[in-house]
Design a protein around this ligand. Structure first.
Ligand code: PMP
Length: 428
């Protein structure tokens, strides 16, 4: 086993971390193991995890039921190609997803990551429009403040400024952007909030294949919760102007916002749905793009008669088994009660932040808590401030946010919130 110092030295010599630098990078903390909501560092410190490894580990680490499913599957086969072959984990997962997602989504494409599922969704929309004899409909409309991933198609629909990809603007396909929904979740709705998008959509409907949005919760583009009526209005506009609606529920899927899927806040069913992150309970990477029978049949009846995508690790059996076990675990328990309890705990625990001069806003929806600061945090110092208080919280920009595993106890949640209040209080 490497010593912690040797591990850090090798990490610095050879490893890129997400959105990080190779020259004098900020500190990273070696992890020895993780169980429940606790991450154990190699120096023995235990951290209460506020991040669920970026929205994904909804049942906590080392969930016995998912471990057992994976042990069983690994003895059968870890992987087999999906071209010309099929297997029970993939088929059962596809059937399960079709059953639990909003109505009408019947056809499932398994992808390797959230970003790839967004690429697949975009391709589905474009291929569908071509097949329907509308090849001019090949642009996408989205809103500012969105985030859909790091690959090129996805980058082109991220917010051009907050979406972290402004460097590549010149190489991205130029898509259409409307203002982000401004009326908050829980505020009074006004149709004016979607007026500019409506104008854009009506004027350019002939060239728009699809609208892509994150339903209700804009994640990495600003951790913003908007009014469900906005999404309902968007669905109606798409229907009226022959534009497909793509819902990116990669972050919100599987209960995080208080509904199993955030679209349910608006009682809306998209034409195409992207899932990822919590799909496998955070065990490994897997994503899925679902679409309606109508879209799937359009794609399949036009030239070339097949959908043009097929990754090597498509429908990886281990990942599918993890997903099946995770969904079974979720639906067998009182996830709604747990998410509601976490929402109450976050409301109470983060409330003291509202009084702090460093804070611009505090908001909670489901098991998501956000403290928006007036100024960006210093990523070189803030992680240690949290780690020294026994919690794992990784802010970005002006946002200190948490989305705990649904199994987090009230005491651990209170400790997590206290640490946030203290750390924010200590900021200049
Ligand atoms: N869409 C949304 C809404 C996301 O939050 C993310 C990841 N942060 C992605 C897409 C991309 O997923 P992945 O990182 O698995 O490629």
């Amino acid at each position: 086993m490497l010593t912690a110092d040797a591990l850090i030295a090798l990490d610095r010599a050879h490893v890129f971390h997400p959105y990080s630098t190779f020259i004098n990078p900020p500190p990273v903390f070696p992890v020895a193991s993780a169980r429940g909501v606790r991450i154990t560092l190699s120096d023995g410190r235990e951290l209460i995890d506020g991040m669920s490894s970026w929205w994904s580990v909804i049942h906590g680490y080392n969930a016995p039921a998912i471990n057992a499913a994976l042990h069983d599957q690994i003895e059968r086969m870890s992987h087999v190609m999906f071209g010309g072959l099929t297997h029970e984990p993939a088929v059962l997962l596809a059937e399960t997803l079709a059953r639990i997602t909003p109505p009408g989504l019947e056809a499932v494409f398994f992808a390797d990551s959230g970003s790839v599922s967004v690429e697949v969704a975009i391709k589905m929309a474009l291929q569908c429009q071509i097949s329907r004899g509308k090849p001019a409909k090949r642009r996408l409309l989205t809103v500012r403040g969105g985030y859909h991933g790091d690959t090129f198609g996805a980058m082109a629909v991220c917010d051009p400024v907050t979406g972290m990809h402004s460097l590549f603007t010149g190489s991205l396909s130029q898509q259409l952007f409307a203002p982000r929904p401004a009326v908050r979740f829980g505020e009074e709705w006004s149709n004016a909030d979607i007026a500019e998008l409506a104008t854009l959509l009506v004027a350019q409907a002939d060239e728009i294949a699809a609208v892509i949005v994150e339903p209700i919760v804009q994640g990495a583009g600003g951790m913003w919760f908007y009014h469900p009526a906005w999404l309902t209005a968007l669905r109606a506009l798409c229907d009226a102007h022959d534009v497909l609606l793509i819902a990116d529920e990669i972050a919100t899927g599987f209960g995080r916002s208080g509904k199993l899927f955030a679209c349910e806040h608006s009682d809306v069913a998209p034409d195409i749905l992207c899932l990822g992150k919590a799909l496998t309970g955070g065990y490994m990477t897997l994503a899925a793009t679902l679409t309606t029978r109508a879209v799937a049949e359009s794609i399949s009846s036009g030239e070339p008669g097949v959908f043009m995508h097929g990754p090597t690790f498509m429908a990886n059996p281990l990942a599918c088994r993890a997903a099946l076990a995770s969904i079974e675990l979720l639906l067998a328990g009182d996830w709604q009660g747990r998410v509601a309890a976490i929402a109450r705990g976050l409301q109470a625990g983060l409330a003291p932040c509202r009084e702090l001069p460093q804070v611009a806003d505090v908001r909670v929806l489901g098991a998501i808590g956000v403290v928006e600061l007036k100024r960006p945090v210093d990523m070189r110092t803030i992680p240690e401030a949290f780690v020294s208080r026994g919690v794992w919280v990784r802010p970005f920009g002006r946002l200190v946010y948490v989305m705990p595993a649904y199994i987090m106890s009230p005491d651990d949640l209170a400790t997590l919130c206290r640490a946030i209040v203290e750390v924010v209080h200590a900021l200049d």
